[in-house]
Ligand binder design. Structure first.
Ligand code: SAM
Length: 257
């Protein structure tokens, strides 16, 4: 089932949380003069227009990047990626995670992106032409299994499923364990929603038992629309990079304020 389309939700509070942590981690990783690999299992289209009909219909970006961006300092890597995107693509452009990554990384780094939806895959390929990214129309977990451990071995994978079916919550701990077994030095960042139904609870319990050293960071923001079931955003990070606890604390303060 591929009915989820991220352009209705781009720039929402969950994107701010996820993209701010991603931009910070990549900025940290590129400080070291050693090439790295970035893998994304569920990439989306990479670049969004917050003025398009879908975005305006939900109004989620106003509740997200519209509200929280001023809380980040000017030199924060997330804010820098936002500014670079607007400079390049126009004032209403918003970077998806593949673009956040492409703009953060260096020529010596390797990017693998998986997007299964045929139309989103085409748009993603168009948006990323300027970068030499490997763009796969393939199931993201299968791709990660096939290429891990990647070359270069140092790096990060973002796992950002759309959780369209409840079975995703059951299968993800096993998928993550399989990737971690093959790539034991990789930073693995899994995004998950905090839902009024609590459907994410059992998955998290399992993940924490599997990866007791991982970082779990959650922010709450209330429903973006009446009746919306998502009331917060979580990131579960295996092999968290040094210093991320301080960045997570900053995000906690931003979302509380
Ligand atoms: N990571 C993106 C970002 O932050 O900009 C948003 C990704 S969106 C939440 C999830 C995407 O995964 C959708 O575009 C959907 O078409 C795609 N997708 C769904 N199932 C997939 C699968 N099994 N493998 C790869 N992509 C998949």
């Amino acid at each position: 089932m591929l009915s989820y389309q991220h352009h209705y939700h781009a720039g929402n509070p969950a994107d701010v949380h996820k993209h701010a942590l991603l931009a910070w981690m990549l900025d940290y990783l590129v400080q070291k003069d050693k090439p790295m690999t970035y893998i994304e299992t569920h990439a989306g289209r990479g670049l969004y227009d917050l003025g398009d009909e879908a975005a305006l219909k939900t109004g989620e970006a106003a509740q997200g990047v519209g509200k929280y961006e001023p809380c980040f300092p000017d030199d924060h890597p997330y804010r820098q990626r936002l500014n670079e995107t607007r400079f390049k693509y126009g004032p209403l452009a918003y970077p998806g995670s593949p673009l956040v990554a492409a703009m953060s990384l260096r020529e010596s780094d390797t990017i693998h992106l998986a997007e299964l939806h045929p139309a989103e895959h085409v748009i993603l390929s168009e948006h990323l032409t300027q970068w030499e990214a490997h763009i796969h129309r393939q199931d993201g977990f299968k791709l990660a299994q096939a290429i891990c451990p990647p070359t270069p071995r140092r790096g990060l994978a973002l796992i950002d499923p759309s959780y369209e079916v409840k079975a995703d919550y059951d299968s993800i701990p096993k998928e993550l364990a399989n990737i971690a077994r093959k790539w034991n030095v990789g930073i693995l960042a899994l995004w998950y929603p905090l839902l009024t139904s609590g459907s994410h609870g059992a998955m998290l319990g399992q993940l924490m038992a599997q990866f007791p050293e991982a970082l779990r960071h959650e922010v709450r923001f209330g429903p973006v629309r009446e009746g919306h079931r998502m009331i917060g955003s979580g990131m579960f990070i295996v092999n968290p990079p040094y210093g991320i606890a301080d960045e997570a604390a900053r995000l906690t303060r931003i979302f509380k304020a």
